[in-house]
Each structure stands twice: as structure tokens, then as C-alpha cells.
Write a protein that binds this ligand. Structure first.
Ligand code: C2E
Ligand code: MG
Ligand code: MG
Ligand code: MG
Length: 293
């Protein structure tokens, strides 16, 4: 221990830490205000069948639109909310908005696609996630087929019975549970033994293949896809940005992608325009009822 015998050095409380903390406190109170003022909304990013380019679902991604019009991405506030025990409040708000939108879409006479909501690892421990989601379906009179649940992979590494039981309860009620960001955590392979999920969302870092290591990168991606196939788990490949990437994942036999190459996350109005054209939708795959690895 380099600081042994130097008690005055034990606490390294620097100016920098202090200002970072101040900024965080400021951000937290701003977020509380923003929640009251309804400044949070969601964008929807379509999930597509690679072969037909048709939409089979979409993911709801939270956005903070400030009164002056600036938009803040979740990366800037989700970690802070998770750290401070406030993420469940935001998530309940977002999930409610999503369900309200699905209800209004049905009421306007349209067939909805299933929408994924994001569940934070922290939510699982700080609230009864299944009970809350069921209550939303009640409130908006929705079938469980319209809502899918994405749980980020890092959640699964946290041992634990709480996560297993949450997934089991949701699946028992007919929800599809997707493991988000698959492949970037630690015990991803091992935990697949214990936690039953319906879909793997492949982390987009797998597509980040440098030219010098191209063969290696492609082989790794191929191995993950083959493994999922052996486990009979469908994959959605996230972060597909180029035609080359699309062709490659298609050549590996992947059926679903979510990425800028097809669609960026869209404001709800634009998403509705897309959905109102039935040719854009794949009714065979809708609800992932017939999803195959
Ligand atoms: P995620 O759940 O893995 O969502 C996918 C992220 O990848 C989104 O970022 C999306 O915009 C981005 N993305 C999709 N396709 C592409 C692509 O082709 N290229 C690139 N570069 N990016 C792409 P976003 O919206 O910034 O969200 C970041 C993360 O924040 C999400 O990752 C999720 O973990 C979290 N998040 C978003 N909305 C919510 C929410 O309502 N609740 C919670 N708890 N977390 C959320
Ligand atoms: Mg997600
Ligand atoms: Mg993801
Ligand atoms: Mg992510």
C-alpha cells in the first residue's frame, strides 16, 4: 500500500471529483423537473427481416427533448439515474408512454407491431417489473404480444435468482424476453444454461471489424451466430450500418437486424407513417410467433 503511514493521503478528494459530483446533482434535479414537465419521450427503431426488409417489431428508445428543442441521448442520463436509484421512475414513465401509444395506434384502426421496452438491471432489483408491466397491459387493455422485454446482458451476470425469476414470470405470461447486448458481458455463455430467453440481441461491437483483423472478426461473429443456432435462439443483429455488414450477417443465416442501414430510431410520427403502409410489415413474423433460429 503506497499510502501506508500517510493518513492525510487516504482520501483523494479532488477538485475534479467535486465538480463532477456537482454536475451530477444538477443533472438529477434537472431530470426530476423534466419528468414533471413531460420532456421525455421515445423514438422507435424498426427491427427488420433481412431478406424482405419488412418490419417485424421496433424498439422504444427514450429521448429527452428539452424545451429549447435540444435532444439528449440516453447515454447521457441513464447511467446517472441507475446510479442514483431513479431509473425505475423514468422507465415506468417510458413504458407507460409506449403502451399508451400502442393503445392509440390500435384505436386508430391499425395493426401494431410488437414494441420492445428496455428494462434496466437496476429496475429488476428496485421494483416488481412483471407486476408493473402487467398493470400497464390492464390499464391499456393490451395483449402481451404487443410488448417485448429487452434486458441488458450485464444484468444476467449479477448472479441471481431475482433475474431468473423475473424472466420466468414474464415468459410464463407469454412475453418474449430478449437478451440485449449479447456477447459483451462476462458469463454470457454460461448463463444461457440457467436463464431462458427467447431472443439474443447481438451487441453491435461484433460488427466493429477492423480491416487488418477482418478474418478474425468475421470468424468470431460467425461462431456466435452458430452457437445461437445450436441453442435454437433467434438473433437480432444490432448496429448494422452498411450494405457489406448486411450481406455478411445475411450470409451467416441471420434473419433479423436493427440498424441505421435500414432505419434510424424515428420520432413516433415518422414511425407511424411507416407502419401505416402494410407493405412494410411482415405479418408472418409479427409477434415473433413463428420466429426460428
Ligand atoms: P440498446 O438497448 O442496445 O439500444 C440500441 C442502441 O443502439 C440505441 O442507442 C440505438 O440508437 C443504437 N443503434 C441502433 N442501430 C445503430 C447503428 O446502426 N449504428 C449505431 N452507431 N448505433 C445504432 P440509444 O438510443 O442511444 O440508446 C442507448 C442505450 O440506452 C440503449 O442501448 C439502452 O441500453 C439504453 N436505453 C434506451 N432507452 C432506454 C429506456 O427507455 N430505458 C432504459 N433503462 N434504458 C434505455
Ligand atoms: Mg435495447
Ligand atoms: Mg443493444
Ligand atoms: Mg446497448
Amino acid at each position: 500500500n503506497a499510502f501506508e503511514g500517510q493518513p492525510d493521503h487516504i482520501c483523494h478528494y479532488t477538485q475534479e471529483m467535486e465538480s463532477r459530483l456537482e454536475k451530477e446533482v444538477e443533472l438529477l434535479s434537472e431530470i426530476q423537473e423534466a419528468l414533471k414537465n413531460n420532456e421525455f419521450t421515445f423514438f422507435a427503431q424498426p427491427q427488420c427481416n433481412i431478406a424482405t426488409h419488412q418490419i417485424v417489431g421496433a424498439e422504444a428508445l427514450v429521448r429527452w427533448v428539452k424545451p429549447d428543442g435540444t435532444m439528449v441521448s440516453p447515454g447521457a442520463f441513464i447511467p446517472v439515474l441507475e446510479k442514483n436509484g431513479m431509473i425505475d421512475r423514468l422507465d415506468r414513465y417510458v413504458w407507460d408512454k409506449v403502451c399508451a401509444w400502442i393503445r392509440s395506434w390500435i384505436d386508430r384502426g391499425f395493426q401494431p407491431v410488437p414494441i420492445s421496452i428496455n428494462v434496466s438491471r437496476v429496475d429488476i432489483f428496485s421494483m416488481d417489473v412483471p407486476a408493473y408491466i402487467f398493470s400497464l397491459l390492464e390499464k391499456y387493455q393490451l395483449s402481451e404480444h404487443y410488448v417485448k422485454v429487452e434486458i441488458t446482458e450485464s444484468a444476467y451476470t449479477e448472479s441471481d435468482e431475482r433475474i431468473t425469476s423475473t424472466v420466468n414470470i414474464l415468459r410464463g405470461k407469454g412475453f418474449k424476453v430478449m437478451m440485449d447486448d449479447f456477447g459483451c458481458g462476462y458469463s454470457s455463455l454460461n448463463m444461457l444454461k440457467n436463464i431462458p430467453v427467447d431472443v439474443l440481441k447481438l451487441d453491435m461491437r461484433f460488427l466493429d471489424i477492423s480491416e487488418t483483423e477482418e478474418e478474425k472478426g468475421m470468424n468470431i461473429l460467425e461462431s456466435v451466430v452458430n452457437m445461437a443456432r445450436l441453442l435454437r435462439l433467434p438473433i437480432i443483429v444490432e448496429g448494422v450500418e452498411t450494405e457489406k455488414q448486411e450481406q455478411f450477417v445475411q450470409s451467416l443465416g441471420c434473419r433479423y437486424i436493427q440498424g441505421f442501414y435500414f432505419y434510424k430510431p424515428l420520432p413516433v410520427k415518422q414511425f407511424e407513417e411507416l407502419l401505416s403502409d402494410e407493405r412494410q410489415l411482415d405479418f408472418h413474423d409479427l409477434f415473433y410467433k413463428q420466429v426460428e433460429p
